[in-house]
Design a protein around this ligand. Structure first.
Ligand code: PMP
Length: 318
């Protein structure tokens, strides 16, 4: 989907025009992928715009920066405030928010220490990520197991949401698309199920919800955490355990989770039909609460929504 521009971008504590948020081609980040970032959604509730799990996302951004020894001079709360103010000022929602911390224009050696840290927060309208967005969505998407492996431990840290990790993600995604699938599932370096190019993965087998532990090279997804908490609150047994590839084929239900993907049911893996080939009851029950909360139909019992104060509560596109 093409990016739709908004008026302003937040840069190092100030609002600048969208067009002015440019970088020199010799910036450290362009040459070496030295950036960490976030993907956050702001939903349109009847009460007005609300950001899902705002502090948790900004905390993960700071965690990712810390892993890469990037000093950020803004606190988690500063960044949450910047995001709220940006959405309010641009007046566009529902939207996707992209905070990014990068190493800018300074020196061109591999050492990033002499390149300045730049912090940006951008917001823009964005719709559904996976699936067709139509009635057929109930059936789920067709995916494959990728021939590309997720980064091995001690190579690129999977717990950091770094730009460089998405070179691996691109290989997974391109291979899947070229072979006629919507997404690929990567295994980790030992051959256990890890995650999609931009999603965590869950499966249901014998009434237990399973997802790979963080040690299997997965991003600590905020949606992953939300799904685990919702499932436990609904009395569903949840385990974080190593998942062999073949468990995917014999699962009753499989789904992706992510800020962009939300909860995307999977109807086949490598052309093997999953369960009845349509969204299963556990997925539906969790989806109902998760999406219900984001449309204002179900109360926000976990306190996950940060309201954006606006005068007009109606959603506004560009
Ligand atoms: N794994 C990867 C590789 C991702 O890019 C994402 C999207 N941020 C996820 C998992 C899901 O994370 P979250 O629920 O925090 O969006």
């Amino acid at each position: 989907m093409a990016i739709q521009k908004t008026d302003k971008i937040w840069h190092n504590g100030k609002f600048i025009p969208w067009e002015d948020a440019t970088l020199h081609v010799m910036s450290h980040v362009v040459n070496y992928g030295s950036a960490v970032f976030e993907g956050i959604r702001c939903y349109a509730l009847p009460t007005g715009p609300a950001i899902l799990r705002a502090p948790e996302h900004m905390q993960r951004l700071l965690d990712s920066a810390k892993i890469y020894r990037i000093d950020v001079s803004f606190s988690r709360d500063d960044l949450v405030k910047a995001m709220v103010e940006l959405i309010r000022s641009n007046g566009i929602w529902p939207c996707y928010i992209r905070p990014i911390v990068l190493r800018g224009y300074g020196e061109i050696g591999v050492s990033p220490f002499k390149s300045p840290t730049e912090v940006y927060v951008i917001n823009y309208p964005w719709g559904k990520y996976l699936g067709h967005g139509g009635p057929g969505d109930d059936e789920g998407v067709d995916v494959c197991v990728s021939s590309w492996t997720r980064m091995a431990p001690n190579t690129l840290p999977a717990m950091a949401k770094s730009a460089a990790n998405y070179m691996n993600g691109q290989l997974i995604k391109m291979e899947a698309i070229i072979n006629g699938y919507v997404e690929g599932i990567a295994l980790d370096a030992s051959g256990y199920v890890s995650e999609g190019s931009g999603e965590n993965l869950f499966l249901v087998r014998q009434d237990t919800l399973m997802t790979a532990p963080l040690g299997n090279s997965v991003l600590p997804g905020i949606t992953r955490d939300s799904i685990i908490k919702i499932a436990r609150a609904q009395g569903i047994a949840v385990v974080e355990q190593m998942i062999p590839r073949e468990m995917l084929y014999i699962a009753d239900e499989v789904f992706f989770t992510g800020t962009a993907a939300e909860i995307t049911p999977i109807r086949s893996v490598d052309k093997v039909k999953i369960g009845a080939g349509k969204t299963g009851p556990v997925t539906k029950s969790i989806q109902k609460e998760f999406m219900g909360m984001l449309t204002g139909v179900v109360p926000d019992r976990f306190g996950w929504l940060t309201p954006v104060p606006v005068a007009n509560k109606q959603p506004v596109g560009v």
